[in-house]
Design a protein around this ligand. Structure first.
Ligand code: NAD
Length: 295
């Protein structure tokens, strides 16, 4: 297939390279010249604009920072340059309202679209092991699925337009809240004189267990691959966690849902990012809670 790929940043670069490896012809565009050059080195074809990338493509994949970028790329360029029969796939994490609005514009032009945000960071993007959660019609999902399978290990249909984004922000609200709770518990355990490894051995097999504990344990030692063992470098940046929590609060406000734990997590990540922690893995919040954070 001829696939236009727009947005070749931390995530998009690996994803575009995997589409190319799977035998697709990828026509890539990014506003950033260095990102575009990386994609060309990975075998993608260079496009001079979104319009040029999209012209004649069977599918369009976007991996952009936020809702306003998605809106302008689709409404200002993609819609005018595509034809019926194309499948539009937005993998960015954006607000549910914008996702639904862009879907609506696509539908009014007879174009099939899915919102398909991902779970998994840059390593999963490069390794082709992302999880995609998709919103859109059955027909659009069926068209997007084989393309997404070339970039991920799981492709799940979450429901109609916007439900991929809904699944993503609800999941990440759990993740933010459980990380804060897990970090707090390790801080308390230490102050009570309970050894961190011993606490981990117990809680990871008891009802306090969660992904935040067993995969990204916020204290160094118990989970060797966790970012806590690398001074919180890499992993899932606290700034991205803050972005997702803000999207969750915005959606909750619009839907009239009460999310006090999500709101508390958002306030704590806001503080951590304000103190310079935005580039560290989100498990670094433990340093804010134990009072040892230094930028
Ligand atoms: P990034 O900032 O590294 O990449 C975004 C790219 O989009 C940049 O290269 C930028 O130049 C390009 N861009 C912006 N506007 C453009 C335009 N109008 N035309 C063409 N290119 C344009 O971001 P990222 O880390 O790759 O994240 C992308 C999305 O994936 C975000 O929505 C993020 O929340 C989500 N996400 C990121 C991670 C992660 O670990 N980085 C994990 C899951 C989801």
């Amino acid at each position: 297939m001829k696939i236009a790929f727009i947005g070749l940043g931390h995530m998009g670069s690996g994803m575009a390279a995997n589409l190319e490896k799977a035998g697709h012809q990828v026509c890539a565009f990014d506003l950033d010249e260095a990102a575009l050059e990386r994609a060309v080195a990975d075998g993608c074809h260079r496009a001079g604009s979104v319009t040029q990338a999209v012209g004649g493509a069977d599918a369009v994949v976007t991996m952009l920072p936020a809702g306003r970028h998605v809106r302008s790329v689709y409404e200002d360029e993609v819609f005018a340059a595509t034809h019926r029969g194309v499948i539009l796939i937005d993998c960015s994490t954006i607000d549910v309202a914008t996702a639904k609005a862009v879907h609506g514009e696509a539908a009014s032009r007879g174009l099939a679209m899915v919102d398909a945000p991902v779970s998994g960071g840059t390593a999963a993007a490069q390794g082709g092991t992302l999880t995609f959660m998709c919103g859109g019609s059955e027909h659009a999902f069926a068209a997007a699925r084989p393309i997404l399978e070339a970039m991920g290990k799981a492709v799940i249909h979450a429901g109609p337009a916007g439900m991929g984004q809904a699944a993503k922000i609800c999941n990440n609200m759990i993740l933010g809240a459980t990380m804060v709770a897990t970090a707090e518990a390790f801080v308390l355990a230490e102050k009570l004189g309970l050894d961190a490894q011993t606490f981990f051995d117990i809680s990871s097999k008891a009802s306090g267990q969660s992904w935040s504990m067993t995969s990204y344990c916020p204290v160094p030692g118990p989970v060797p691959a966790a970012p806590s063992n690398r001074d919180y470098a890499g992993g899932f940046g606290a700034a991205l966690m803050l972005k997702d929590l803000k999207l969750a609060l915005e959606a909750a406000s619009g839907a009239g849902a009460s999310v006090p734990m999500g709101a508390q997590a958002e306030a704590l990540y806001q503080m951590f990012v304000g103190l310079g922690g935005g580039g560290r893995d989100f498990s670094g919040i433990v340093k804010l809670l134990d009072g040892t954070w230094r930028d």
